[in-house]
Design a protein around this ligand. Sequence first.
Ligand code: JCF
Length: 677
Amino acid sequence: MTKATPDVISRAGELRDILTEHNYQYYVLDDPRIPDAEYDRLFRELQDLEAKYPEIVTPDSPTRRVGAQGETTFEEVAHRIPMLSLDNAFSEEELRDFDRRVKDRLKTTDDIEYVCEPKLDGLAVSLHYEAGILTRAATRGDGYTGEDITANIRTIPSVPLKLRGDSVPDLVEVRGEVYMPLKGFESLNKRLADRGEKTFVNPRNAAAGSLRQKKPSVTARRPLEMCAYSVALEDESQLPATHWDGLQQVRNWGFRINPEMRLATGVEACLKAYDELMEKRASLPYEIDGIVFKVNSLALQQQLGFVSRAPRWAIAHKFPAQEELTVIEDVEFQVGRTGAITPVARLKPVFVGGVTVSNATLHNMDEIRRLDARIGDTVFVRRAGDVIPQVVKVVTERRPDNARVVELPETCPVCQSDIVQIEGEAVARCSGGLFCPAQRKEAIRHYASRKALDIEGLGDKWIDILVERELVRTVADLYLLKKSDLTGLERMGEKSAENLIKAIDRSRHPVLWKFVYALGIREVGEATAKALASHFGTLEAISEADEEALQSVPDVGPIVAGHIRSFFDQPHNQETIQALRDAGVQWQSEEITAEEKPLKGETWVLTGSLSGMTRDEAKARLEALGAKVAGSVSGKTSCVVAGEAAGSKLAKAEKLGVPVMDEKAFTGFLAAHNTQS
Ligand code: JCF
């Protein structure tokens, strides 16, 4: 084995310093100074050096945070100074009582100066630093003895392994709260749920579970943070005169101090701080369950002393709880704007997160199975911030004998269309699409949107009015609207009514792919609609294709094929499409309405009667191909279609040498141009 040269040793030392500094900038100050990639590169360089020369590794090396070495022993450790808990005030009155007691004891009528600090919802820890190096970390335990969790604590990036600065004491104990920020909590739970593992009820439990890991390498992957809130020195005379200044000292040693921390003089200022923090609660990136008030002067703290297990100089003013127990009385199914079926728990009303909650989402059937939630169960309901209430856990021990398993209904509770659940998808959906009243507005909005049929002026406001007045139930009804239907409505002038009718009228001849897109079939976006249109040519062909045939289209996999099939299998959707046809909507294949229509600039004339279609239909189809259809033949006529019993027009065409097509040729011509039939 090669020995480390002085150059290697000095480079390793330099890397440790650089990495420790950037770590501090990133995790304590929230102010990264170099890109992550650069940090990773330096980190790897140090890792490589340490792997090659194990003798140069130091216990405070940033590489030691990954938790690869050492085991958390969870051995019992005695706290040199007991870790007391805090008394709680649950109301303004109780806080005023606390302030009065403080003043009485101190025999003063002067306002007291307090430090106000958010009460983080995590776990209290005690950290020992000897000559500036982290040597022991312990849980609070019962306040007198805790557990040794040093190896796990070392993995938390905001915990300094070594104190910064020059004024580092021989021995110091720093206390604080280890917690999991909300973002990390949500992504951890998502990761666990995706793997089918048990999730955590709240960030506090997640933090506790993460600190309790036997393997520090697991803790290292959990997004934990620490904020310091107090300091104790062997030699108390070294402490500053106030709690506030003590915290500034702790900050200078490299700890994170809560940025919401502030000073308040007198109980009124404390109540104001409470209101302001409560206001801010929902927007904080971590959970708090109240505010802590501490007498700032250490001399006064000393005079006040302790009662049994709590200091007389501090109190926690609690916020409303964000979790409570209640009972699921029923489960109902709601239909969303896009047809998603969501199970909703009807709860025995409960006061949680500051409001009375009587409903909570259960998300989907997978979630119900994961929770094993049944009607009659007692459950934890959580309402944090502005987030909708959630059922987070079932108390299985309290399950009554008559608890009922929740089942997905077979038909939509709103429109009775089939409910379909595609394999591999958590969400069940109503297949009513264009028909389901719950999805009506969304279906119309999509149909009229710019990328679909682009009905100018038919925005949300209009859609709301038309649907609510029952003037429009499905998109087909749009084409039956008359100006007189609209002019009676408030805020609707003559002119705008006219414009809307015109805009609707202009949408009667869409290209096939736009029409397919406008139907709003799940997961059929523009590209898929185009692919379907060009592959099948007609709507009939698409609507009759089986899943196998659908999957031969580029980009259409089994899931999308399933969505397309179930859309066309719903009689309601077929009826709406027929209603659109009846209302005069005609769609054509993509190619012929693309930039260059094949008959652009041509003038055609129809004469005689056709057996396969009406004259209007023939006219529409010629126009769809870009031709003008005229009533009389001239030298400029491009072609005459001559049906049965054609008269003078046919004769004139022959005289002028204008090309003539009989019905058979015409039908063949149309088929070759792939128009709708
Ligand atoms: O943030 C907390 N959960 C917290 C807990 C903050 C504090 O200043 C505390 C505490 C528990 C005890 N102070 C004491 C004395």
